[in-house]
Structure formats: C-alpha cells, structure tokens
Ligand binder design. Structure first.
Ligand code: ATP
Ligand code: MG
Length: 419
C-alpha cells in the first residue's frame, strides 16, 4: 500500500521541536497578560461570508487562498485564513464591546491559506494574534505595536525592523485612490498583469506589489501623506510620538498597505533581516470599519498577527534560547522481576507529586538496559530485593553517579529538595 503523507504545505511538529513552540506560546501568554490581554478560543472554520466581507473580496486571501467547501448541510464553510475577522465576529456576537466598552483579546492557532509552499510559507501555518477592540485612540495602536515588539524582545529576536504607514480612512482615501488610478493609468505599460487587473478595483494594492517593474512605478506614486485628512494626519502623528516616547526605532514606508476600505489609518509590519523573501514576522494595523463590514455594529479596532513558523525559523537561525529542554526527572529501575510492580507504584507516587518519572513499560528490559535508558533523566530510583525487604529506594544522581539509600516514604521529599 502506498504511504499516506501529510498534505502539501502542512507538516508535523514533532517532540524534538514542539517543546520550543510551547516555550514561545508561554512567553506570548505572559506578555499578553502583562499588557492586559485575555485569551479567546475561536472556531477554526467560519461561514465563508465572514472572510469575504471581513478580509475583503479583492485581497489575495479571498481571491485565491481560501480553503472553502460546502458542508453536508450545503453551507459554505471556510477554514480560517486569519484571526481578526473571527475575533470581531465573536466580540459582536457575545457583546464584548457593548455600550462603548473595550476588549483586549489574544489567541493562537493554525490558519489556512492555499499558497505555494516554500521556506516560511505553508498552507497550514500558525499565528499568535492580538486585537484591541473598542478604542479609536492612537494609544491603542501604540499599545499593539509595543506589545509585538515586547514579545520579540522577550524571545530574544535580533535584527528586526518596524515599518509603519497610514492608509487613511473612508473620508480621505477616495481622494488618494483617484490620484493613484490617474498615476498608474499613465504608467500602465510598466505594470504586471495582476496590477492591471487591480487598477480600478483596488489601486492601493499596486503599491504593495513585489514585481520589480511595478515597484519602480510605485516608488514614485503620489504620496498618501499629501492626501490624509486632518484626523488621520493627527492620528499618525500620535502613533509616531508614542513609538518615539517608548524609544522604538521605526521606518516609514508609504508603500505598506492593507488594501481594503475597512483597514484605516495605521498599517505596520515587523520584518526580519534573517528570513530571505518571506521576511515579515508580524503584520497588523487599524480596522475601524471592519465591524460595519460584517454587522450593523460600529467598533473600532487595532491588532497584529505574528507568524509563529517564521518566528521559529528566525530563533533557530539566530541561536535564541528556548529555555531548558524538557527532561524527565526520574527513571524508576527494577533490579529484578519481583520489583517491577514496586516500580509501577513508585512511579505513580512520584507523578502524583509532580515529579516526572518514567520506567520500562515493556517489562522486559534487563537491569543494565534500564540503567542505560535512565541516561536522559536526572535521577534513577532503583528497587531490588534488599530495598523491597527494608522499604527503601536507592537514588542515583545521574549527574555525578553518587548513590544514596532512602526510606521509600521519604523519596518524594528527598527528590523535591534535590530537583
Ligand atoms: P506575506 O506578505 O508574507 O504573504 P501577509 O501579508 O499575507 O504576509 P498577514 O496576513 O499580515 O500576512 O499575516 C501575518 C503574519 O502571518 C505574516 O507576517 C507572516 O509572518 C505570517 N504568515 C502569513 N502567511 C503565512 C504562510 N502562508 N505561512 C507562514 N506564515 C505566514
Ligand atoms: Mg500573504
């Protein structure tokens, strides 16, 4: 029979790596707590409409990257390609921002996009996501940006660059849009086919195109800062002031966009110098019109999503610490057949007391083989006929090979002081 492999663009995160992921998630949880964010668990699939309306019909995600299917009840379902729309849906549905109150929510988990798999780009990938809902003030933008920077600082990432921009709002963007259409129409010949198709539907996205020729044209495109309304201009100034107050270095890139009507004002990305072409480790921004795109509510919001797979790659590349690698504390060893039952009892006793322990589950390993297997543990707890008769256990320190005989009833206390 042919071997069934994991689908293209997915991969298994094996024990040799999974403990490092746990470390990152734990650091994220601690950082979120320090910034006053609470965890929210969301469905992995939603109604397709949430994303077509909440991410946008003219985005790459909705146009060509979604995993969409009809379920057995004939409803169109999509595996979530990102988290923001789901968080907003949950906040609206559960009244988390009722009467002008705010909610700071974070979550992490798998996202799904049908993309061409390559280093740092997968079809099932993982994001850590934080959203601050209900606050229109620029302090919320600064809070979100500083949260992501602080997370990366704690993880020890170096060589990062924070890039920010403002994409305006529904008042000033139409003017800018018009200027862009005029400008790009005049440079039609230098645009790629995708951008030609975007010209009328979503000219802002041409600014973001990775194609070299489009890039050259985009570099000289009209500047959004000349079009921003007073409110957006002031908001952008406040964001910059906040970042400067916190001593964060950042760059302004007028070509950084979230090319949709409900993304407003701040857009930002954190780039790594150690990732090659998939260089964004996090992206985010403000979306004051998202709530009204998916409901009749009006809730401003700002958030970011960090690509966990890429953070892992950078951390490995830069030799960052993942804390202590997991090590089982005790290997329980039976010197003879008759002691195997005692070992099972001892192991459970230790485990009940939060001392991690393993032993030979096959029940066939010789004393020598068990001692060899104990090598990766901190202590070996050995029971043979003499220990059985006198209610003792021999505890061997595997760091220095010294051994002591302890009353069985004292084993937990003894190990607790030694670990
Ligand atoms: P890119 O330009 O690299 O496609 P994006 O703009 O589509 O990124 P966002 O939607 O802003 O990405 O998602 C936030 C973060 O999630 C990205 O900065 C990246 O770290 C990560 N990410 C996005 N798509 C993938 C993917 N297919 N595989 C792995 N990580 C991803
Ligand atoms: Mg993408």
């Amino acid at each position: 029979m042919s071997i069934i492999s994991a689908p293209r663009g997915t991969r298994d995160i094996l024990p040799s790596e999974s403990w490092k992921w746990s470390y990152i998630i734990n650091q994220a949880a601690l950082t979120m707590k320090d910034f006053g964010f609470s965890e929210i668990h969301l469905p992995i699939f939603e109604h397709t409409e949430l994303f077509s309306r909440g991410v946008g019909e003219t985005t790459d995600i909705v146009e060509k990257e979604m995993y969409t299917f009809n379920d057995r009840g004939g409803r169109s379902i999509t595996l979530r390609p990102e988290a923001t729309a789901g968080v907003m849906r949950a906040a609206i549905e559960n009244n988390l921002c009722a009467q002008g109150s705010s909610a700071r929510l974070w979550n992490w988990g798998p996202m799904f996009r049908h993309e061409r798999p390559q280093k740092g780009r997968y079809r099932q990938f993982y994001q850590i996501d934080a959203e601050c809902l209900g606050i229109a003030n620029a302090s919320a933008d600064v809070d979100i940006i500083s949260l992501s920077i602080e997370l990366f600082r704690r993880l020890g990432l170096r060589n990062l660059e924070v890039v920010i921009n403002s994409v305006g709002c529904e008042k000033c963007r139409p003017v800018y849009r018009k200027k862009l259409i005029e400008y790009f129409t005049a440079h039609k010949d230098s645009l790629c086919e995708t951008c030609l198709a975007r010209l009328d539907r979503n000219p802002l996205r041409i600014l973001d195109c990775k194609n070299e020729s489009c890039g050259r044209v985009a570099d000289n495109a009209p500047d959004i800062y000349d079009s921003l309304c007073d409110e957006c201009r002031e908001h952008f100034a406040q964001v910059r002031l906040g970042l400067e107050r916190l001593n964060f270095a950042y760059k302004i890139n007028k070509r950084l966009v979230r090319g949709l009507d409900y993304y407003t004002k701040t857009a930002y990305e954190i780039l790594s110098g150690d990732l090659g072409s998939q260089n964004a480790v996090a992206g985010g921004g403000r979306y004051d019109n998202l709530a009204s795109a998916i409901s009749s509510s009006k809730i401003p919001g700002v958030g970011f999503a960090c690509g966990l797979d890429r953070v892992m790659l950078v951390m490995e590349e830069q030799g960052c610490s993942f804390g202590e690698s997991p090590r089982v504390s005790v290997y329980a060893v039976a010197m003879d057949e008759a002691s195997r039952g005692n070992i099972q009892t001892l192991a459970y006793e230790l485990r009940k007391n939060n001392i991690s322990c393993e032993y030979d589950l096959t029940g066939t390993k010789s004393f020598k083989a068990q001692m060899k297997a104990s090598g990766s543990c901190r202590f070996a707890c050995i029971i043979g006929s003499e220990e059985r008769e006198n209610n003792l256990v021999a505890i061997k320190d595997l760091n220095n090979s010294t051994q002591e005989s302890i009353a069985l009833s004292e084993a937990v206390n003894y190990l607790k002081t030694r670990l």
